[in-house]
Ligand binder design. Sequence first.
Ligand code: NAP
Length: 255
Amino acid sequence: MRFEGKKVAVTGAASGIGEAIANAFAREGADVAFMDLDMDKVKKLAEAADGTNNIGIGVDVSDKASVESAFSEIEKTYGRLDVFVNCAGISIIVPMLECTEEIWDKTIDVNLKGTFLCMQNAVRIMDKQKSGSIICMSSQSGKVGGGAYQAYCASKFGVIGIVQSAAVEFAKEGIRINAVCPGVVLTPMWDKQVISYAKKRNIKPEEVMPYFESKIPMGRIGTLEEVVNVTFFLASDDSAYLTGQSLNVCGGQVM
Ligand code: NAP
């Protein structure tokens, strides 16, 4: 198995991309900490995943005390951390003139501050062992701005900034830090925002995915497995000479 015995932690593991990544690492032999807001759900998912040493941890990534307590539980349980995937995130499509301070603050708190706080705590553990790989879920919206998406784009551009800065700081400590930038992947996040996207484009909700597909050079949206595969690449020694990179997984929509 590809990650036998490795200690892995994933935020956003109760849903969508994070859940797929956490389960995939468990299938490949890793001991996985499933982390998310919904403690009951991550505990159940950890129990149902392959292997016997998975744990579920309730955490609010935007809350410093909650993040510190979650990582201290990981260190106490596993004693080390080989791979950390920073995947928790929220996405709210809203025209600029309707974007409230609350939407702005929440998006930045979860997506940007949350990424930083979790990375800081992961690095504290990895720095002791002088090894580790951190993968942050940015987005193609972290590379190119989209209308009615300022807070999200700012947060995802910011994630790439954190990744590049931290990659430089910890390269000599044996810690590699990279980002994945998916295009559209069908997850519960999209269930929530198809209506807002339809409104933004003035199309029907059922026309949203065909609209996206028409914009993607490869002619289709991405799959969870395709995001997992790139995450596996960044987590493994196959990418030993990569740090500070942000890899687009979007069928050629962003280059
Ligand atoms: P998702 O299905 O909504 O999963 C995100 C998970 O993060 C949810 O379980 C959510 O919990 C959790 N979360 C939200 N706020 C949190 C907090 N403060 N602390 C801890 N967990 C929190 O979304 P997804 O599509 O899998 O997205 C995963 C990541 O990929 C996100 O960072 C997203 O921006 C990025 N991404 C997704 C796409 C895509 O097309 N799906 C494209 C590019 C990038 P709740 O459900 O309770 O809020």
